[in-house]
Write a protein that binds this ligand. Structure first.
Ligand code: URP
Ligand code: ZN
Ligand code: ZN
Ligand code: ZN
Length: 467
């Protein structure tokens, strides 16, 4: 039996409300909330009391887009499930949904089994899987039904990376039709990869090889064109659509237009698009490679549209797309040829803090912070209300957050297995103090007390954001 825990005196923040309440936890679940200092709360006996006076009590973060150990460009993302989920816990995230990958010519099942082997027994926090479809054919379409039944209820398709993950419009339409039928949500990497590859070839032929050209060839127009096409294909299929890592103002406009028509079209952005820009890609001495990811960072002017989209609910989720590659030995593979720089950035540890900074800066409200980082990702991917909220019956995934603490993000202090920070020197107001994962303390007053293998696989329901 785990101890009965009471979290006393904090400000409980969910997507729906903010209340001064005590939280009673038994075993792995939240069993009750009661107004702080109420007779009810005072009557609770507890083996352990966590004093949250002056702190926020928030649901553990749900990061629905990570790539631990992902193979890319001849190397692997540097965080294992062990190191990456530990870093997530440090940053107040208690659930990740990672991407299992179908290898071309092989079954979905083989990919999923391989990802279960990587993650099983290694995670500090709970985890689920999406499936990347690299080969949409009759076999994989049939397998989608089986995966949905066993809790893998979302499928990522790529309009980019011809010859690797790329699906053509016919394959996309078929997968969307299947999703409309079996409840699987299609997640789209919306960039016109065929056109981008032409521009890559031309840039390299002209000697434009530095990291900043990664941003120049992956044009905003080629993101918005693909976003538009994906939306139209989803309409034809009668399927909902979730567009991942939206970075361009023009792509947000496509989502806004679709949503204004009442279409079930959703969008996610990531902290790197909200806080970083092409200025970073242009850093000298190949340092720009640290910021190579796709979709790419955009000129700073795009950020206002992303913040606006998050406020107006034209964008619903902030994930990290955590896919770290060390500068030394990995990003360096692309010296002299930006197209060989492994795509992806580290960030799983910093999402909750960066979005709290957005609250401090006045971009979003406190409740919206919890909505885009916890509640909506959980609902979008069939994890709610087990995850994403603080309510009786929910898993006791709870973060005690100090809104007044000051910290500086740095490679010297982060816990991700990568040799640089994309946010080196950034000042943040707010910091995670204590983290419970299903009632177990995994971060205790800024000490790691978790263990690899505590985290469990979570099968998911279908998207709950439509009902
Ligand atoms: O550059 C990125 N985003 N790498 C991870 C793979 C993807 O497309 O999400
Ligand atoms: Zn095979
Ligand atoms: Zn992608
Ligand atoms: Zn990704």
């Amino acid at each position: 039996m785990m101890p009965r825990t009471v979290i006393r005196g904090g400000l409980v923040i969910t997507a729906a409300e903010e209340t001064h309440a005590d939280v009673l936890i038994e075993d792995e679940k939240i069993v009750a909330l009661a107004a702080s200092d109420s007779e009810c709360a005072r009557g609770w006996s507890a083996d352990r009391i966590i004093d949250a006076t002056g702190k926020y009590v928030i649901p553990g973060g749900v990061d629905p887009h990570t790539h631990m150990e992902m193979p890319f460009g001849g190397t692997f993302a540097a965080d294992t499930f062990e190191t990456g989920t530990r870093a997530a816990a440090w940053g107040g995230t208690t659930t990740i949904v990672d991407f299992a990958i179908q290898t071309k010519g092989h079954a979905l099942r083989e990919g999923l089994d391989a990802w279960h082997l990587k993650a099983g027994g290694n995670c500090a926090i709970d985890y689920g899987f999406h499936m990347i479809l690299s080969d949409v054919d009759q076999g994989s379409l049939k397998e989608m039904d089986l995966l949905v039944e066993e809790g893998v209820t979302s499928f990522k398709l790529f309009m980019a990376y011809p010859g690797v993950f790329y699906s053509d419009d016919g394959q996309i339409l078929r997968a969307m039709q299947r999703g409309a039928h079996n409840g699987g949500l299609i997640m789209m990497h919306a960039e016109n990869g065929i056109a981008i590859d032409v521009l890559v070839e031309q840039a390299l032929a002209e000697g434009r090889t530095d990291p900043r050209y990664h941003g120049e060839v992956r044009k905003a127009l080629l993101e918005s064109e693909a976003t538009h096409r994906a939306i139209q294909l989803a309409r034809v299929a009668g399927a909902p659509l979730y567009v991942v890592h939206v970075s361009a103002e023009e792509a947000v406009a496509e989502l806004t237009q679709a949503r204004d028509k009442g279409l079930p079209v959703f969008g996610e952005t990531c902290p790197q698009y909200l806080f970083l820009s092409t200025d970073n890609l242009a850093e000298p001495d190949f340092e720009g490679a640290k910021y190579v990811c796709s979709t790419p960072l955009r000129p700073r002017e795009h950020q206002a549209a992303l913040w606006r989209g998050l406020r107006t609910n034209d964008l619903q989720v902030v994930s990290t797309d955590h896919c770290p590659f060390c500068f030394s030995g990995q990003k360096e593979l692309g010296r002299g040829d930006f197209s060989k720089i492994p795509n992806g950035m580290p960030g799983v540890e910093h999402r909750m803090d960066l979005l709290h900074q957005a609250v401090v800066d006045g971009h979003i409200s406190r409740r919206r912070w919890i909505e885009i980082a916890c509640a909506t990702p959980a609902r979008m991917f069939g994890l709610y209300p087990k995850k994403g909220t603080i309510a009786p019956g929910a898993d006791a995934d709870v973060v005690i957050y100090d809104p007044g603490a000051e910290q500086t993000l740095s490679v010297e202090t982060h816990h991700m297995n990568v040799d640089y920070s994309a946010y080196e020197g950034k000042q943040i107001t707010g910091q995670v103090r204590t983290v419970l994962s299903r009632g177990t303390t995994v971060i205790d007053q800024r000490e790691y007390t978790g263990r690899a293998g505590h985290g469990r696989y979570v099968p998911r329901a279908t998207c709950q954001y439509l009902s």
